[in-house]
Design a protein around this ligand. Structure first.
Ligand code: DAT
Ligand code: MG
Length: 149
């Protein structure tokens, strides 16, 4: 089953959206296989956003991510990577559709609440970057037969 890395950013935690966001992934039917709240080091934030290192917003983005705790998670399920991106919505919350997390709760691109891996390769590398092997638990919900044909 596919796994994706999801992070509730400092604004999502500060605004009390953790339960709401976890609930959306649960109700969709995905399985939570790793979860922790942590204060992010500059090194980890820079590694996570390395692909954006040369962008003008990189410095501000790193400062934002290390400014207050985040909630890091791994969610599992069929098509979890692309589906999570749909649940999250477009990068700019003002362009994100209502019904998506960013569309419902965000206003500006620099405070867009949540991160989700964008492809199988990034999901794999982000999970390995944020979690040790023993931190991801392999389990299957007993209601699986009611979620999948
Ligand atoms: P996403 O988080 O939807 O994958 P991304 O990978 O293009 O978006 O960018 C990573 C984060 O960087 C994004 O969630 C918010 C921030 N960001 C992107 N473009 C930005 C911009 N033009 N100005 C400020 N922040 C930006
Ligand atoms: Mg991205």
């Amino acid at each position: 089953m596919e796994k994706t890395f999801i992070m509730i950013k400092p604004d999502g935690v500060q605004r009390g959206l953790v339960g709401e966001i976890i609930g959306r992934f649960e109700r969709k039917g995905f399985t939570l296989v790793a979860l922790k709240q942590l204060a992010v080091s500059r090194e980890l934030a820079e590694k996570h956003y390395d692909v954006h290192r040369d962008k003008p917003f990189f410095g501000g983005l790193v400062e934002f991510i290390i400014s207050s705790p985040v909630v890091a998670m791994v969610w599992q399920g069929e098509g979890a990577i692309a589906s999570a991106r749909k649940l999250i919505g477009a990068t700019n919350p003002l362009s994100a559709e209502p019904g998506t997390i960013r569309g419902d709760y965000g206003i500006t691109i620099g405070r867009n609440i949540i991160h989700g891996s964008d492809a199988p390769e990034t999901a794999q590398s982000e999970i390995a970057l944020w979690f040790g092997e023993g931190e991801v638990s392999e389990w299957e919900p007993t209601l699986k037969e009611w979620l999948y044909e």
